[in-house]
Design a protein around this ligand. Structure first.
Ligand SMILES: Cc1cc2nc3c(=O)[nH]c(=O)nc-3n(C[C@H](O)[C@H](O)[C@H](O)COP(=O)(O)OP(=O)(O)OC[C@H]3O[C@@H](n4cnc5c(N)ncnc54)[C@H](O)[C@@H]3O)c2cc1C
Length: 271
């Protein structure tokens, strides 16, 4: 189990950022080259909604690589096998995109994230790569069994989204896209009424369900189960140490089972 650390250090502002070189690559290859050649440590900048919080927490980049010109990172599309989401797509662009119809429930869950202003600026890549437990796309995409395409100087690797939390980004620093497999016709329901205390996503596919529970401080916990598993049995599988200062495991087992019952009913209701 991972518990997010408490904020530390003196509060700073963007005024504390000394002038640093700015790189504005036009392609993924140029972005990787910029990261390799810029003074270290170089920071990637996407929508910038998390960036200034990072400065206040003490991050001190020696260079910025601004991704806004890399059009390949903005692509969203689907075929029979997968839904592909570019890392630079904003929350606002994502939930309105017709390709998301491939996964019923995903757009409805995504559109509830953040505020109107933030949704137009904040990106999928920034939400995942900020690696903050209070951000939610990791929960939804873990439930859907999504993979992340990470690029580096020696090519691109595929990682399960849940592995991004501990991924070593030294060799493959750039998230290019996220792919949601469409085998088994996945659909999603997201229970967010208890946020930030805890939230719960359920993905159903032919042949298997996946439950994901997360809290403000705990990384998502994913549980694969057979269709028809009783809700109380599913949430009772929460690890013994899955609790944080704001919510006990016993509460998540109990309330989570009640939520899960409702989620199953919603997802199995005739359209
Ligand atoms: C007021 C407010 C309310 C919010 N509410 C919610 C909410 O309800 N739910 C929720 O989930 N989130 C919420 N957020 C978080 C928001 O969704 C994230 O801040 C946002 O998605 C980050 O994206 P960005 O493009 O702005 O990232 P940036 O600030 O540009 O970057 C964030 C981090 O990700 C890295 N990064 C960015 N893109 C890439 C990439 N392609 N490859 C590798 N690393 C990359 C950067 O280097 C940086 O470390 C909220 C934020 C604010 C400010």
């Amino acid at each position: 189990m991972f518990t997010a650390p408490a904020p530390r250090g003196l509060a700073r502002s963007q005024a504390d950022l000394p002038p640093v070189p700015l790189y504005r690559p036009d392609s993924v290859a140029e972005a990787i080259h910029a990261l390799d050649t810029a003074p270290a440590p170089a920071a990637l900048y996407a929508g910038g909604t998390d960036f200034f919080a990072r400065l206040r927490e003490g991050e001190a980049p020696a260079a910025l690589v601004w991704l806004d010109r890399v059009q390949d990172l903005r692509e969203v599309g689907r075929d029979d096998h997968a839904l592909r989401l570019g890392a630079l797509v904003t929350h606002h662009e994502a939930f309105r995109h017709p390709a998301l119809d491939a996964v019923p429930g995903l757009a409805a869950a995504w559109r509830r994230i953040a505020t109107v202003r933030i949704r137009r600026q904040a990106t999928l890549g920034g939400n995942l790569m900020a690696r903050r437990t209070r951000y939610e796309l990791s929960i939804l995409l873990t439930a859907l069994g999504a993979s992340a395409q990470m690029a580096g100087a020696d090519g691109t690797i595929d990682l399960p989204v849940e592995d991004l939390w501990q991924a070593d980004t030294a060799t493959h620093p750039l998230l290019v896209s996220v792919t949601v497999p469409l085998e088994g016709c996945p659909r999603l329901d997201y229970e967010r009424s208890m946020r930030p205390t805890f939230t719960q996503a359920l993905a159903m596919r032919d042949g298997g369900w996946r439950l994901v529970v997360a809290t403000e401080y705990l990384r998502p916990w994913a549980h694969d189960m057979a269709p028809g598993t009783p809700p109380a049995e599913a949430t009772a599988a929460l690890p013994a140490d899955f609790a944080d200062p704001a919510v006990s495991r016993a509460h998540m087992v109990r309330a989570g089972a009640a939520f899960l019952k409702r989620q199953i009913e919603r997802m199995e209701a005739p359209a």
